[in-house]
Design a binder for this molecule. Sequence first.
Ligand SMILES: [Zn+2]
Length: 174
Amino acid sequence: MGLFDHVNAPKQKCPKCSARGYTGVFSGWQTKDRGCLMETLDPSEVGRFYTTCSWCNAWGEFRWAGDGHRLYVDNERTEVMLMASDQTLTALVMARLEAGRKEYGDKSSERPPVELVWEMREEVADVVGWLVQLDASLSKRSRAEVGDTELGDELKQRCAQLWRVLDKIEERVG
Ligand SMILES: [Zn+2]
């Protein structure tokens, strides 16, 4: 018999820390809502789950709020709702598109498709380059602390897949 179950919710920035310029995070979520058998549960399966901030030790707890889980920090309600990882991607895409519109105006729809494909190739190449840098910097520290190189390998493979998708698109629009 265990003492709790794990919850595979994404990391969250600690609002207390970020208000003071630190970078504490909430990760390694746990719950006692279910069987406490040291299983890993999805957030959708539990009402409450919690952890402490890696920097300031604040208590972070997600509580089911009817339409999603809301973050409480030291028992104070915050505006943060739990987003699935792909929702986070969607939100970031929207924010970046909006920032792009403000900076350059709405010109991207006028750019030739071949040029857009080339721009995407450069971004894919950048991601792989950053992975190489990340790999180099992780080898100086404990890998177990931060994560797993397998994830980096998976991401590289996905970049290669994306590259091949761009090949196909280019055949059609080029
Ligand atoms: Zn904190």
